[in-house]
Design a protein around this ligand. Structure first.
Ligand code: PRP
Ligand code: URA
Length: 208
């Protein structure tokens, strides 16, 4: 599936503020949440609808509501947590699972340290959340963990992607629709995205 780049002006404007090294944690968190909300709006565009009949104060009306599979949001810890609030603002009934992965600073390989998912995750449409897609290792592994548990319908949402990560992810999981708000230039020798925004987890939680 071709990745979808979400170049809406509001998203692009907010990403510029995110990238600024002088943006502090409070504003950074707010921006990530707002961008996630805007991305959620776009990524749910294909949700199926069904017709229902309701009575307005004026007349009976045939109108539409969302039908089909329920949703689950699965942030990759830690930085993915920053996207949850914005997603839940639009889909408050979604359940939330957590996958903990950290990237080894020497090998850049992801390591799993936590996994807690809703009991009925297999029957849900799962949105995996992580602001950063660098080498793609974390996203590829998180999605594989979900598939190993039987999850079939997966979307991946990231704010900034490197071409290397996008290639790795779409090759490993061609069935997963990927949404990213911006495609950056490249990775540097430390596998950080260039120009990127630095370490998203540290900036969200003020740990550096
Ligand atoms: C960051 C980011 C992604 C991962 C991306 O997490 O949030 O999960 O790196 O890199 P990759 O595409 O090369 O795997 P990190 O491992 O730094 O953990 P953190 O969110 O706890 O800071
Ligand atoms: N993880 C981040 O938080 N930023 C990067 O640029 C790469 C991985």
């Amino acid at each position: 599936m071709n990745p979808m780049i979400m170049d809406h002006p509001l998203i692009q404007h907010k990403i510029s503020l995110l990238r600024d090294k002088n943006t502090g944690s409070k504003e950074f968190r707010e921006l990530i949440s707002e961008i996630a909300m805007l991305m959620c709006y776009e990524a749910t565009r294909d949700l199926p609808l069904k017709e229902v009949e309701i009575e307005t104060p004026v007349a009976m009306a045939k109108t539409k509501v969302i039908s089909g599979r329920k949703m689950a949001f699965v942030p990759i810890l830690r930085a993915g947590l920053g996207m949850v609030e914005g997603m839940l603002a639009l889909v408050p009934a979604a359940k939330v699972g957590h996958i903990g992965l950290y990237r080894d600073p020497e090998t850049f390989e992801p390591h799993e340290y936590y996994c807690k998912l809703p009991m009925d995750i297999v029957s849900r449409e799962v949105y995996v959340l992580d602001p950063m897609l660098a080498t793609g290792g974390s996203a590829v592994d998180a999605i594989q963990m979900l598939k190993d548990k039987g999850v079939k319908h997966i979307k991946f949402l990231c704010v900034i992607a490197a071409p290397e990560g996008l290639k790795a992810l779409t090759e490993a999981h061609p069935d997963v629709q990927v949404y990213c708000a911006n495609l950056d230039e490249k990775l540097n020798e430390h596998k950080y995205i260039v120009p990127g925004l630095g370490d998203a987890g540290d900036r969200i939680f003020g740990t550096k």
